[in-house]
Write a protein that binds this ligand. Structure first.
Ligand SMILES: Cc1cc2nc3c(=O)[nH]c(=O)nc-3n(C[C@H](O)[C@H](O)[C@H](O)COP(=O)(O)O)c2cc1C
Length: 211
């Protein structure tokens, strides 16, 4: 059974956590990236389908491939971040259901024949997994800067088009463009001296109803 976490941990995850655009000169190790995935992977997705695919860009070369797709205001913060994650989704996520959801063989068939369900499931659950990534990063002491200001088609073409090196599939190269970008997220250790004042949030009665 779940237990409430300590108040200080809630500050780390929510109340004290900010969106960062400037970064301290402190690298993010590959081990930290692995620890990040090994945490976020446990959070729930529908039919345990886990459609998100994550491309962690660390090298200057990888970042330069991303640069032309970025909105002008997102260039500096992204190029200076130790890591930029492309949070993407695999439209053929259902191929892994026999492993991820083995007790229900009909599930793969259900998706295969329904493109609208595939798209909605992939987008919804990869967005959730992107949010889990943000919270897992904060739990590990990292800071995040999520971004939707970029050209999705350019990122898809550069990283996920047919013939590009494949990840999250059993082949060396993508056989077809079935991985699509959802959003980007810079990762690193944020520079608090560059933060602007925090923006307000909706109060309970403007965002919630008790029925
Ligand atoms: C999905 C998503 C997309 C965003 N896109 C951008 C973006 O393109 N550029 C940017 O500067 N900030 C972007 N933001 C940052 C938000 O404006 C920021 O998280 C929000 O104002 C809350 O700031 P705070 O975490 O410091 O309170 C994005 C945030 C999210 C979650």
């Amino acid at each position: 059974m779940s237990q409430p976490i300590a108040d200080a941990a809630m500050d780390t995850l929510f109340r004290g956590a900010r969106t960062y655009s400037a970064w301290l000169d402190r690298p993010v190790t590959d081990q930290t990236v692995r620890d990040l995935y090994d945490l976020l992977k446990w959070a729930p997705t529908s039919a345990n389908a886990a459609p998100a695919r994550f491309a962690f860009l660390r090298s200057t070369e990888a970042k330069e491939r991303l640069r032309p797709a970025l909105a002008p205001l997102n260039v500096v913060k992204t190029m200076s971040a130790p890591v930029t994650v492309i949070v993407a989704y695999d439209l053929k996520f259902y191929d892994k259901l026999p492993t991820l959801f083995p007790h229900s063989p009909g599930m793969k068939l259900l998706f295969e024949s329904n493109p609208e369900l595939i798209e909605a499931t992939a987008k919804r659950n990869s967005s959730l997994q992107g949010a889990y990534l943000i919270l897992a990063a904060r739990a590990l002491g990292l800071d995040c800067g999520p971004m939707s200001g970029f050209d999705h088609a350019k990122v898809d073409e550069e990283f996920f088009a047919a013939g590009k090196p494949c990840f999250g599939c059993d082949q060396e190269f993508f056989p077809e463009g079935h991985v699509k970008t959802n959003f980007l997220c810079n990762l690193g250790y944020g520079d608090p001296s560059k933060l602007l004042p925090r923006l307000p949030r909706l109060p309970f009665n403007e965002a919630c109803s008790l029925l």
